[in-house]
Design a protein around this ligand. Structure first.
Ligand SMILES: Cc1cc2nc3c(=O)[nH]c(=O)nc-3n(C[C@H](O)[C@H](O)[C@H](O)COP(=O)(O)OP(=O)(O)OC[C@H]3O[C@@H](n4cnc5c(N)ncnc54)[C@H](O)[C@@H]3O)c2cc1C
Length: 385
């Protein structure tokens, strides 16, 4: 019989950005938290490395401090197709380009500061009636959070797995070059996109999104001659690293006292640049639900949080399949950039009418909007209040 090695309120499977953010938010809501992660920190992963403005606001709210030297603000998005350029501005604060390892290290520092128990290099084998089963031992917990990524085993164990609506592949590489644009550049070619995020004073991250996983990074870059020329003399500082990017909508993300979060809960295509930010919104909502002991508010918030990035994924993938339509849309956006700025405002939840999840964390709300969870009746009867 397995012996409990720990007892905690919340056991989190996966110490990627979403698992750590969920742990920090739950800890700020007054709960004891243990995170189990099979890799050792700081964890890297192929990613475009852009955090949207609303994600940056949540990181601040969670007390996650990314040193200024490790992050580069970007003030909007610029779409590029040949000579056609459409440039939109974020209506509020900028987003941040930040190396994945720097983001992970900042989250780890904050988790340690809050005395969250972090079990690195430990693999979760599965769910147990009392909590989580590890390769050696058991964690007894009131709640389990599955933040175990795109191919989540927990999602499968809960019987909540569904096939992706769409799957393609992303490869990223870093180049030593001074960023030439204070916007994230999204370049379009037939059936393929590349996007450039500034991640340091002398560094950019270029991710390409493709359908055929056999296509080599350099061959994919050649589909974007302007971009290839830009980095012609830049030194590549690492090897290309690839991963699937999946659009998946999961019908449910909670079962009993287990909740899924981040890519484990469902995901949007990488072209939206919204994966990490979506996970951060979910972390805030989930902490509120865990605090009250009722996961139903999280289930409802999740569905609403997914609407805009899900819609954006559908639009971007449709544009990918119909280049003629995309060219028409880009021409319109190029002559009316305010339309793109408004769309970016929607995407980054910058408007007063934007949907924000339940938020009962202590401290000031984000960016001037009033979190709906604060005023709702029934929130005060939390077991930890
Ligand atoms: C090419 C590409 C570009 C992207 N660009 C962007 C972008 O610009 N901006 C953005 O916001 N998003 C982007 N994304 C999406 C983003 O990377 C993901 O949404 C994000 O990583 C999800 O974080 P997560 O914590 O949910 O999952 P992950 O980062 O996958 O973390 C899951 C963790 O769980 C651990 N784990 C799994 N199973 C177990 C187990 N049994 N026991 C213990 N630990 C376990 C893993 O080791 C891993 O560390 C991009 C994705 C790709 C592929």
């Amino acid at each position: 019989m397995l012996k409990p090695i720990r007892e905690t309120d919340v056991a989190v499977v996966g110490g990627g950005p979403t698992g750590l953010a969920a742990a920090i938010a739950a800890r700020l809501a007054g709960l004891e938290v243990t995170v189990v992660e099979r890799s050792l920190p700081p964890i890297d992963k192929p990613c475009g490395e852009g955090i949207m403005p609303d994600g940056v606001a949540i990181l601040e709210r969670l007390g996650v401090d990314i040193p200024a030297a490790e992050a580069v603000p970007f003030t909007g998005i610029e779409f590029v197709q040949g000579a056609l350029r459409a440039r939109g501005e974020f209506p509020g604060r900028p987003g941040l380009g930040v190396r994945r390892t720097a983001l992970h290290a900042a989250l780890q520092r904050r988790a340690e500061q809050l005395q969250i128990e972090l079990l690195w290099g430990r693999e979760v084998r599965g769910l147990h009636d009392l909590g989580l089963e590890l390769t050696r031992g058991l964690i007894r917990s009131r709640f389990v959070v599955g933040a175990d990524g795109l191919e989540s085993k927990l999602r499968r164990a809960l019987g909540l797995d569904v096939a992706p609506i769409y799957r393609r592949f992303g490869i990223r590489r870093h180049f030593e070059v001074r960023p030439w644009n204070d916007h994230v550049e999204v370049h379009f070619a037939t059936g393929c996109e590349a996007y450039v995020t500034p991640v340091g004073g002398d560094r950019v991250c270029i991710a390409v999104l493709i359908h055929d996983p056999r296509l080599r990074y350099d061959d994919a870059l050649e589909l974007f001659p302007d971009l290839a020329r830009r980095i012609e003399h830049a030194r590549a500082v690492d090897d290309p690293e690839g991963s699937s990017t999946v659009y998946r909508r999961t019908p449910r993300i909670t079962r009993g006292r287990v909740a899924l979060i981040g890519d484990a809960a469902g995901s949007v295509d990488a072209i939206t640049g919204a994966g990490v930010t979506l996970g951060l919104h979910q972390a805030v909502s989930l902490a509120s639900a865990l605090r009250t002991g009722d996961l139903s508010s999280y289930e409802a918030d999740y569905r609403r949080l997914m609407r805009i990035p899900g819609g954006m994924t559908s639009i971007m993938l449709a544009a990918n399949r119909r280049p003629g339509l995309r060219t028409m849309a880009l021409r319109t956006l190029a002559t009316a950039p305010w339309v793109l700025s408004q769309l970016l405002g929607l995407h980054t939840r910058a408007f007063p009418f934007s949907f924000h999840a339940h938020d009962t964390l202590p401290g000031p709300p984000m960016d001037g909007w009033i979190p709906p969870g604060r005023d709702r009746p029934g929130r005060a009867d939390s077991p930890t209040a």
